[in-house]
Each structure stands twice: as C-alpha cells, then as structure tokens.
Design a protein around this ligand. Structure first.
Ligand code: ADP
Ligand code: MG
Length: 260
C-alpha cells in the first residue's frame, strides 16, 4: 500500500516537474476511470495525455485570441446573408476555409458604413484563430498612430517587423480619416513587406480607383499600394443596405406602432 501510494505521489511529482499540470490534476479521475472500466495501459495513458493536449491547445487558442484583439464576438454563421444580398454566401464560405491565408491572398471588403465589413473581417479572423494562425486586428487609424509614435521613438524597424509577423492582418476602416504622407507610407510599407507572404483583410468605404488617390493625397503611393494589394486578392464589394440603419428603422417602426 505504501509503495503504491508513493509510486502515485512520484507520478504526480513527475507530471508537475514536466509541467503537465492538467494531466497531474486529471490523474486521480483518470485512474478511477481506468480501473472501473478495466482499461488497458495504453487506453489509460491516452486518456491522461488527452487531458494535457486539450489544455495545451486551449492555452494556445486563448493566447492567439488575446493577441488578436478582435473587436467583436462574430462568427460567419452570425451573418444574415438574406439581409445583405450584396454579399455572396459562397464567396464568404470559401474564404472561411482559409485557403486565402495559405496562399497569402488578400481580401478587400469595400462598401458604405453599416453593411457588415467589420463583422465579416472579424468573423474570418476568428476562423483564422480557430485554425491556429497568428492573427492581428487593427484599424488603419491605429496603425498610422502606432507607426507615427514608433518613428518618433526610434522603433520603426521593430514596429514594421511586428506588422509583418501575423499570418493574417486585419486593417479595418481605411478611408474614414484622410491619411497624411507619413501614415500612407507606413501603410504602404506594411502592405509591401507582407506582399505574397502574408494575407491582409482590408475594409474600406472608398471605391477602388480614383477614391484612393484622394484619401492618400498622393496618387502614386495609392496606385502602388493598390497594385500590391490587388495582385492576389478577393474583392467583396458590398453595395446593399446598412444593417445599422435597418435596426434603427425597425426600432423607429416599433415606436411608431406603440399606442400612446
Ligand atoms: P461596417 O464595418 O460595414 O460599417 P459593421 O460590420 O460594423 O459594418 O456592421 C454594423 C452592425 O450591424 C454590427 O453590429 C454588425 O454585427 C451588424 N451587421 C451588419 N451586417 C449584418 C448582417 N448581414 N447580419 C447580421 N448582423 C449584421
Ligand atoms: Mg466597420
């Protein structure tokens, strides 16, 4: 009995020393299950390691999720395709397979406010995290501000390396604010260094072409950016109604119908 106890204790200590904490905690229950169900040694060991592997995957997922800083909880399944006939469900389902991430294709969501650009970009980012890809969300304005600060503080190269790192980078809301020359060149550099290496999902309210020249104040840099972005790119143009206005409309209709 004493030997049994001490072997058990030693096993627990080994598991802790190897930092297999989840397996150590799951040991008593896994042992009980093995003896009550008369499991083989192999089955017992597999059950024990399942616990540790599960915990390790969960930790990695949580860490990817924290790193990505997604702005919302949306999944592709939450998107109401009927409400947005401008979006092709087949195209979004295809993007959800993440083949575009594997071959460093970009995705561009173009359309007016409220049509679901951020929601779709975030939902694809979530699939990417679930698949284990390092993913990062930023807005164009935040990227510009970070790069500006980095250049003042002498951290330009580190910051550029940071934006080159994730397998998938989401740059949301390009075009809502005009971009000064410095911001435009930061974005250009981010796009250039990811070119054919890592995907970008970019959302914008400005139509491809003439509009870009105006936002960037410099048609040459705008053209160079578009050239790289569009070379390998899926463009999803959303021209339908605003979902925000739709819920506002429904709310207004309800208020109107409420007897006073
Ligand atoms: P955009 O980025 O194009 O301005 P958002 O993605 O922020 O639009 O969408 C605005 C709001 O409407 C969000 O709360 C979003 O979840 C919701 N929304 C937009 N389109 C849809 C849709 N087709 N189905 C469900 N919710 C939607
Ligand atoms: Mg948005």
């Amino acid at each position: 009995m004493t030997t049994k106890t001490s072997t058990y204790q030693q096993l627990r200590e080994h598991l802790h020393e190897l930092k297999l904490v989840a397996a150590a905690e799951g040991l008593p229950a896994t042992l009980d299950k093995a003896s009550s169900e008369d499991l083989t040694h192999i089955e017992f060991l597999k059950n024990l390691l399942d616990i540790e592997v599960g915990a390790s995957r969960q930790r990695r997922h949580d860490s990817l999720e924290r790193f990505a800083r997604l702005p919302g909880p949306w999944h592709v399944d939450d998107f109401d395709f009927d409400a947005q006939p401008g979006v092709d469900p087949k195209q979004i389902r295809e993007l959800e397979t993440l083949r575009f991430v594997e071959d460093a294709t970009n995705v561009l969501f173009v359309g007016p406010p409220g049509v679901g650009k951020t929601m779709l970009a975030t939902a694809l980012a979530r699939s990417s995290i679930d698949a284990g890809y390092r993913t990062f969300y930023t807005t164009a304005a935040e990227l510009a501000a970070k790069c500006h600060k980095a250049s003042i503080e002498g951290r330009w190269a580190t910051t550029m390396r940071f934006y080159a790192g994730p397998r998938l980078l989401i740059v949301d809301e390009l075009g809502y604010l005009p971009m000064k020359a410095e911001a435009a060149s930061a974005l250009f550099q981010v796009i250039s260094q990811r070119y054919l290496k890592g995907s970008i999902i970019l959302t914008t309210n400005i139509g491809i072409g003439a509009g870009w020249g105006q936002v960037f104040d410099d048609p040459t840099i705008a053209a160079a950016m578009l050239d790289r972005l569009l070379h390998r790119c899926v463009v999803c143009q959303i021209d339908g109604p605003s979902y925000r206005m739709r819920s506002y409309q429904a709310h207004a209709d309800r208020l109107r119908q409420t007897p006073t």
